[in-house]
Write a protein that binds this ligand. Structure first.
Ligand code: GAL
Length: 381
């Protein structure tokens, strides 16, 4: 099976870690529907680590934690499906998951069958506690084969954190997405570090096997599982806008990690910006590329991406701590002075057109700031 867009959804881990239960998931499902997130495209409800009992049953099957999920996973999957959403689960290629629960090592086929029998549509597959004598790619080939034979279409979301040059072999495994970095933290430093690590990964993304930059931290204040439940400042909404813009332009899956039952209205506005999501989900699946490179320091990023129908997306990201003046021309998009063409650029957060000067952008952006444009190619007057 193939998928033709980066998956969008919600995952339990960032905010709740293993402190999850069926009531939380059901309430979240209801909020996803009522808050307009479903309409915006979010569809996978993913239960991460910490969902199972510590022991398999007598037949060697994984069993849901009876206290956390008393109705069982089949019933939860049915509930999720009844709202028009899709059901995601989590396991790991090693003997244990990262949280110490049973892993799928040497149980790949029986686990794939179990997930299929519960109606699972998406499986996140982690990289902890595997034997060091076998290269990582073999574990993902095993689960890829098991899922392909389980009788149900299940998206395989590999989570080997970019280890062992994941990008080189992941497309041999049947995976549909692959994590390219270690875990996101609830901080600007983490957004910046993950972004910088993408620069060499971008050629390996898109086209049916999407580079997963990890779950979003939009809408998370301080005091969540990935903060160690400590009170922290988290990020500002301004940072979140830049984070969401980068994940969108780079074609990452958009998996929300906040407690959406309690997220601020501004976070909902960010997560449901249709124009920004349209770039993430653009059917042409073209790779973004860096422009204005020779003029920019490392923490000043300008990326362009050709879209279906001939529009361009351009993102200008000031990852530095001071204002920065961005100046770059259209020639780097292939729109040369002799083409007789220019562009009309709409900035997607403000909704305003950006005037060009001599076919060049000239804008000053504040620290951690973003301008994300959708550009139409037009005849020059
Ligand atoms: C990590 C993974 C996280 C989360 C966690 C669960 O390896 O990158 O996203 O799934 O394990 O223990």
């Amino acid at each position: 099976m193939t998928i033709n867009r980066p998956p969008m959804g919600w995952n339990t881990w960032n905010t709740f870690g293993p402190e999850i239960n069926e009531q939380l998931v059901r309430e979240t499902v209801d909020f996803i529907v009522s808050s307009g997130l479903t309409k915006a495209g979010y569809e996978y409800i993913i239960i991460d680590d910490g969902w199972s009992e510590m022991e398999r049953d007598a037949e060697g099957r994984l069993v849901a934690d009876h206290k956390k999920f008393p109705s069982g996973m089949k019933a939860l999957g049915d509930y999720i499906h009844s709202k028009g959403l899709k059901f995601g689960m989590y396991s790991c290629c090693g003997t244990m998951t990262c949280g110490g629960y049973p892993g799928s090592y040497d149980h790949e086929f029986i686990d794939a069958e179990t997930f299929a029998s519960w109606g699972v549509d998406y499986l996140k597959y982690d990289f902890c506690y595997h034997t060091g004598t076998l290269a990582g790619k073999y574990f993902y080939r095993r689960i890829g084969a098991a899922l392909a034979n389980c009788g149900r279409d299940i998206v395989l979301a590999a989570c080997s954190w970019g280890m062992e040059e994941t990008q080189e072999w992941i497309k041999t495994t049947g995976s549909h997405t692959w994590r390219s970095t270690h875990d996101i933290q609830n901080s600007w430093a983490s957004i910046k570090s993950i972004t910088e690590q993408q620069i060499k990964m971008l050629p390996y993304g898109a086209h049916g096997c999407f580079n997963d930059m990890d779950m979003l931290i939009v809408g998370m204040g301080g005091n969540s599982f990935i903060d160690g439940f400590f009170e922290t400042n988290g990020c500002t909404l301004h940072d979140h806008k830049t984070h969401f813009s980068i994940w969108s332009l780079f074609g990452s899956p958009l998996i929300i990690g906040c407690d959406i039952r309690n997220m601020p209205a501004e976070a909902t506005d960010i997560l449901t910006n249709k124009d920004v999501i349209a770039i993430n989900q653009d059917p042409a699946l073209c790779q973004p590329y860096r422009i204005a490179l020779d003029r920019c320091p490392d923490d000043i990023l300008v990326y362009a991406r050709l879209l279906e129908g001939g529009d361009f997306a351009i993102g200008c990201f000031n990852m530095s701590e001071g204002d920065y003046r961005f100046i770059f021309g259209l020639d780097e998009l292939g729109i040369t002075a002799t083409s007789g063409k220019t562009i009309v650029a709409k900035e997607l957060w403000s909704g305003k057109d950006q005037p060009l000067r001599c076919d060049s952008f000239d804008l000053t952006i504040e620290p951690h700031g973003t301008r994300l444009f959708r550009c139409k190619v037009v005849d020059k007057k």
